[in-house]
Design a protein around this ligand. Sequence first.
Ligand code: FES
Ligand code: FE2
Length: 404
Amino acid sequence: MAEVTQRRRTAEGCAYGRPAQHPDEELTRVGPNTPCGELMRRYWQPVAVSEKVTNRPRYVRILGEDLIIFRDKKGRPGLLYPRCMHRGTTLFYGKVSEEGIACCYHGWLFDVEGRCLLQPCEPDGGRNRDAARQPWYPVEDRYGLVFAYMGPPEKKPVLPRYDILEELGPEEEVRAYVGAFGATGDTSLAVAPYSWLHMNDNVMDPFHVQVLHSTFSTVQFVPQFALMPKVEFFATENGVCYSAKRRLDDGREYDRISSFLMPNIMSVPNPIQIDQERANMISWALPVDDSHFTMATAARVPRSAPDLFGGIRLNGKLWGEMTEQEHQDTPGDYEAQAGQGPISLHSEEHLASSDRGIILQRRMLKAQIKAVAEGGDPIGVTFDPTGGMVKIRSGNYYHASQHA
Ligand code: FES
Ligand SMILES: [Fe+2]
């Protein structure tokens, strides 16, 4: 029977009898004890905007784990497992003080590293309280984001710095954003209902810039992107880059260099002000769980900038203000990626020559998943406290015509 079905499908391409399809489990499962989840946990991940981490505890879901984030009254951020180790109520209702967070039920007090400082219902405030520890993860503020390290403690790398976000001028600052549309100025969606890998694939896909963003829908960024680029992909020491070259009307060659850094980081050059040479932002496609993600971005901007891109509008509307028909008429990244489903069915993909960057990225991810599974350290992490400065190549570069 299977043979008949297969013959019929091969001959006619008819939908009837097509084989069942499935996602690439290795790259899309990000929870604890999954191969990609373990890889992700070997890098610092930005989990919140620093200024939104306050004395008011709130939930964050990250890599399939529900956690509580807060800032104690000394200003230290904390990321704890939410179920109180005493009898399991949530620390969401806890009270934050100088020392940490006290559970609402019986007052056990935990500091930002989960140490139990007080058990008020026990003799002497808990004679064995030093033995108690609420599960916690290390966190650090940088670039306006709170970064968490959720991997094995003995493998904790240095929290990286990025050269394009360092050595700010007096009129510059770094701004941070967390939300499904990253830094586009549209805050209508906190979390996107699909896999982080859809977004990650999108980064090393310069051809969709010509189609989806520039000719199919309308000009979503700049008219120059409507020129079909000549693209080269190349592996780097910590990821993949592409160079997309376009010959402009004035004879100059425009070279747009974009970067993917292991395992879920991107640096995309400014797509609106393409006269801005070096890229000014780093973003993370942050897995919330297997079928949800959000974007965290840190961007270097002039202090006077109203917003990073001023809010990208099509026909005068932000994404969240558009009707379904308008989404259909002018689809963008969200529509194309959400359209791949909550988790794509990779077994039915037909990767072509334009997908070389995606193939390189996925290969690199799989090689590093294997390296971690075999006890090694993945590329792009450093344990040297004097190291950790990451050089970013991304930018909009121009060359005089060689044929003049
Ligand atoms: S459940 Fe938290 S102190 Fe008892
Ligand atoms: Fe895009």
